[in-house]
Design a protein around this ligand. Structure first.
Ligand SMILES: Cc1cc2nc3c(=O)[nH]c(=O)nc-3n(C[C@H](O)[C@H](O)[C@H](O)COP(=O)(O)OP(=O)(O)OC[C@H]3O[C@@H](n4cnc5c(N)ncnc54)[C@H](O)[C@@H]3O)c2cc1C
Ligand code: SF4
Ligand code: SF4
Ligand code: SF4
Length: 291
């Protein structure tokens, strides 16, 4: 079973825990490997939490946590110490020497190499809990990312605009992010982010007017050949061909990245504040005296 399923057994069927004599937990199941190189951050403390709850229900039972590294960061370290003091055994394994699990006639056997004893040991637990990691659902996040033009990380979580300066803002204005949509995290961390995201949204909603940046793209309809290049090039899908047959850009939505202005073959788009003649005047000012 997973830690989540064990959580439900402890909560709903404490009598089953009281009847157990041994439990084994295997950490990093499906995490920190080639297919999913991330640490899920929550599964070490989830294992320690469940081990402590089981010990509280059945102090006599043996609990073994097979781990690669224990990452009970911050104050969760206190629970790790408490687990050790209450008799939970922590046994380290390496990626190239992972524990093996066998099931025969409904009996589970777990084999692991104990680095301190230097011996292979066998467990026959009543309960085996795998600490499976958290992965982003590629399909779900892709749908949302396509719909709202949101950037994602390489492992399919949503990517904030700036990890320190704008940690709950997305690069698309008016969209904020909190919790495990961004990366694996605990409930208190998710709640803190949710408060921050709500505050950021309130800043926008409290204003009667919103000031837009000066650098937005503007189309000269008389030059536009409706070739659709800007429509396809804009990373935020803002230009469209209007009913008069030329490209139109809503200045309230434009992010001022300048991609469309650089791509337009008819030079029909200017990025205000960075117009061609302004840039050429600056170039002349800089290099005009050099002949
Ligand atoms: C085994 C395990 C044990 C844990 N133990 C602890 C613990 O002891 N303490 C702790 O602090 N944290 C723990 N955590 C972490 C905790 O679960 C998360 O921090 C928390 O759930 C994050 O909240 P969230 O609202 O960001 O995401 P979630 O709780 O995952 O909520 C997201 C919601 O969005 C819904 N959703 C997803 N996609 C869509 C969509 N496209 N449209 C509509 N709805 C959608 C989902 O169904 C879900 O209901 C544990 C996690 C695991 C896996
Ligand atoms: S939190 Fe612990 S069990 Fe989970 S991936 Fe990180 S090291 Fe492995
Ligand atoms: S790229 Fe230029 S010419 Fe083509 S549709 Fe856009 S504005 Fe018009
Ligand atoms: S300046 Fe950037 S965001 Fe604005 S319309 Fe052009 S490509 Fe899109």
């Amino acid at each position: 079973m997973t830690q989540l399923e064990l959580d439900a057994v402890i909560e709903d069927h404490p009598e089953k825990v009281r009847a157990m004599s041994q439990a084994v937990m295997i950490q990093c199941a499906g995490s920190r490997e080639k297919e999913n190189p991330n640490c899920s951050r929550i599964c070490c403390q989830a294992a320690v939490k469940n081990a402590l709850r089981m010990k509280a229900l059945n102090p006599e039972m043996d609990i073994f946590i097979l781990y690669r590294d224990i990452r009970t960061y911050g104050f969760y370290e206190d629970y790790y110490r408490e687990a050790r003091n209450s008799g939970v055994q922590f046994i380290r394994f390496s990626l190239d020497n992972k524990p093996e699990v066998w099931v025969e006639n409904d009996r589970i056997s777990v084999f692991a190499e104990d680095g301190i004893l230097g011996r292979r040991i066998q467990f026959e637990p009543d309960c085996l809990a795998l600490s499976t990691g958290m992965k982003a659902d590629d399909e779900t996040t892709e749908d949302l990312a396509m719909m709202f033009h949101l950037p994602r990380t390489g492992d399919h979580f949503f990517l904030e605009d700036h990890v320190k300066l704008r940690p709950v803002d997305m690069s698309v204005r008016g969209i904020f992010i909190a919790g495990t949509a961004r990366s694996p995290k605990t409930i208190p961390e998710s709640i803190t982010e949710a408060h921050a995201a709500a505050c950021r949204a309130q800043v926008l909603l409290a204003k009667k007017e919103i000031n837009l940046g000066a650098a937005v793209a503007k189309v000269d309809g008389t030059k536009c050949a409706a070739c659709l290049i800007c429509v396809r090039a804009c990373p935020f899908s803002i230009p469209f061909i209007n009913e008069d047959g030329y490209s139109q850009i809503d200045p309230a939505k434009c992010r001022g990245c300048g991609v469309c202005a650089a791509e337009c073959p008819a030079k029909a788009i200017q990025l205000l504040a960075y117009e061609d003649d302004q840039i050429m005047a600056k170039v002349d000012g800089l290099f005009g005296g050099l002949n």
